[in-house]
Ligand binder design. Structure first.
Ligand code: SF4
Length: 94
C-alpha cells in the first residue's frame, strides 16, 4: 500500500522537471501557465507529488476546469501566428 499523498501543492521551493520547457519549474508557475489557469499537463506532471486533481477540483470552477483540461491545445505554430497578429495590431494602434 502506498503512502497517502498530500492534499495541497508543495511550496515553490520544490521544483520538478518541466517536459515543455526542459527546466526545473515549481507548482506556482504550473497553476497559472495557461493565461492564468493551470497548464494542460498539470494533472500528469503533479500527480506523483500531491493529490492535484482533488485540489484543483476544489479551487477551479467547472468552467475553468474545462478550459484548462478539456479544451484542445493549439498547435504551437498557430499560437505563434496569433501572437504575431496581436503584436502587429498593437503596433498599428500606436
Ligand atoms: S504542468 Fe506544464 S508547465 Fe508545469 S511542469 Fe508540467 S508541462 Fe511544465
Amino acid at each position: 500500500m502506498s503512502a497517502e499523498l498530500p492534499g495541497v501543492p508543495p511550496s515553490d521551493d520544490y521544483p520538478i522537471r518541466c517536459r515543455k520547457l526542459g527546466q526545473l519549474i515549481h507548482y506556482g508557475y504550473c497553476c497559472r501557465e495557461n493565461q492564468g489557469l493551470p497548464c494542460a499537463r498539470t494533472l500528469d506532471c503533479w500527480y506523483p507529488f500531491f493529490n492535484v486533481a482533488e485540489y484543483l477540483r476544489g479551487v477551479l470552477s467547472s468552467e475553468e476546469w474545462a478550459v484548462a483540461f478539456t479544451t484542445p491545445a493549439q498547435p504551437k505554430l498557430l499560437s505563434l501566428v496569433e501572437m504575431i497578429e496581436r503584436a502587429q495590431k498593437n503596433v498599428n494602434k500606436t
